[in-house]
Design a protein around this ligand. Structure first.
Ligand code: NAG
Ligand code: NAG
Length: 168
């Protein structure tokens, strides 16, 4: 417990950086085409996504899993995971929570609608930077993030990200 507190205080004081090494997205071909996910910025800290949605989405369930490891030679271990209703998050977001901070970072330079259903057409997210909204409890380590989006029962989008958090 004391160890945890010391680390939380330590992380609050330190400004941290993220470098993304790998960013992959896969969307079912019936849902979207021209999907493009890539890393940008001189420090490789920015994420860009573009896709052409072929079908209206009226239910979005999101599962996020964050795994960490402290050395390249060991395997990733689950650090944290969360399920949430994507439509509820974009519609009645409680400001100041961890999910809302992350969400605001993602949609800052995006044309994503702020309520469901999400209509057909081109959707983009430019220069997503989560450095500022990174929760303090996520340790400085190598990260493996998986995000799965479901519409009702069906998985329609897989996102996977690998990167590293470092202290500045
Ligand atoms: C998502 O990933 C899982 C396994 O990691 C795979 O079985 C599934 O086909 C993928 N779905 C899409 C839409 O790419
Ligand atoms: C995104 O970042 C790149 C590199 O930092 C910059 O050149 C570009 O203008 C930015 N685009 C937007 C839409 O903010």
């Amino acid at each position: 417990m004391i160890w945890l507190l010391i680390h939380l205080i330590h992380y609050t004081g330190a400004k941290r950086r993220i470098r993304w090494d790998c960013f992959d997205c896969q969307m079912g071909t019936q849902y979207a085409d021209q999907m493009n996910c890539h890393v940008g910025g001189i420090r490789r800290s920015l994420l860009n996504v573009e896709l052409n949605l072929l079908e209206e989405l009226d239910a979005i369930k999101v599962y996020v899993k964050i795994s960490t490891r402290f050395k390249p030679t060991i395997t990733y271990r689950k650090f944290f995971d969360i399920n949430f209703n994507g439509c509820r998050v974009i519609a009645d977001m409680v400001q100041g929570t961890m999910v809302s901070n992350m969400f605001n970072a993602v949609v800052k330079s995006s044309n994503q609608p702020r309520k469901c259903p999400i209509k057909k057409g081109v959707i983009y997210y430019n220069n997503i930077s989560i450095e500022e909204s990174l929760p303090m409890f996520v340790p400085s380590a190598q990260l493996f993030i998986q995000v799965d989006f479901y519409s009702r029962r069906e998985l329609y989008l897989n996102v996977s990200l690998r990167g590293e958090i470092t202290e500045k």
